[in-house]
Design a protein around this ligand. Sequence first.
Ligand code: P6P
Length: 342
Amino acid sequence: MAGTRILTLNEVIIQKQSAFPYAKGELSRLLSHIGLAAKIVNNMINKAGLETSIIGETESINIQGENQQKLDVYADETFTKAIQASGLVCGIASEECDEITVFDDDLSRDGNYVICMDPLDGSSNIDVNVSVGTIFSVYRRTTPHGQKVTKKDFLQQGNKQVAAGYIIYGSSTMLVYTTGLGTTGFTYDPSIGEFCLSHYFMVTPKTGKIYSINEGNYIKFPLGVKKYIKYCQENDPESSRPYTSRYIGSLVADFHRNLLKGGIYIYPKTASAPNGKLRLLYECNPIAFLAEQAGGMATDGYGNRILDIQPKDIHQRVPFFTGAKAMVEKAEEFMKEFGDGE
Ligand code: P6P
């Protein structure tokens, strides 16, 4: 539109940081480094179909027991290097690494922040050209500066996050983040190599017509989840039911669609996954922060706000219900009434 100049990620971060006094420009610098890594990974993902050397599996299995994709390792290394180069972060907890990564150089040891990240979520979808994402979560360290970071710095409740976000590598590549001042989205413009402001203040609909869950696990679900799925499928035009089932198998893509259109994403506990599948530190907490900042909700299905759960382990899993507030509340009603029963 004439007269409206495009604002880049760095410009908006600096604009918003003025409302965030203690960041002293550090957070904006950190988010800029994350944006750089996102551009590098985006470039490689877009070539994945052509560069056969970068697609497919490595020989290794990560701590999750999942085959590591070559791009998982590439994304983990790229984000780790870019984050360390900022000199602001003293360590990283990554889905791809069994233990925390401690940055032991002078600059980083004095860093104020730690990062939890899923460098490439949904990566098994890459070889079939389905959207994937990077998820990150930023905390201030709790142990004294100058010392090596410890696991304690990472085992903080999600309500202590100072920033969180995701990059979705889809039909277009977007970076969506929050520092607690609302959820903001940027769309990557490859012609200028910049993330450009496209969604200044994202607000998710109070309710929706989309439910996202892997119904292939139906027989293993808690009774409350089974009852909620049937509720979604009932014919009740007054409440816009039956809802539409949409499940890509890529959390960032499913969440992003529901954030914009209104919907609920559920990964509950199942008979074979008693704590669910998703990891609290680098999937549920950052997504929950973004959901709440956009007016949505995120719980474990048992009335516990995700952001208030006290982590015990860096790879801890939790059941995950997130999306439009009215939909999460309705699912919680079914869980309260029917619980885990058969
Ligand atoms: P399932 C990808 O591995 C992931 O962590 C999320 O991105 C996704 O929503 C979920 O697992 C898919 O799991 O068991 O339905 O294949």
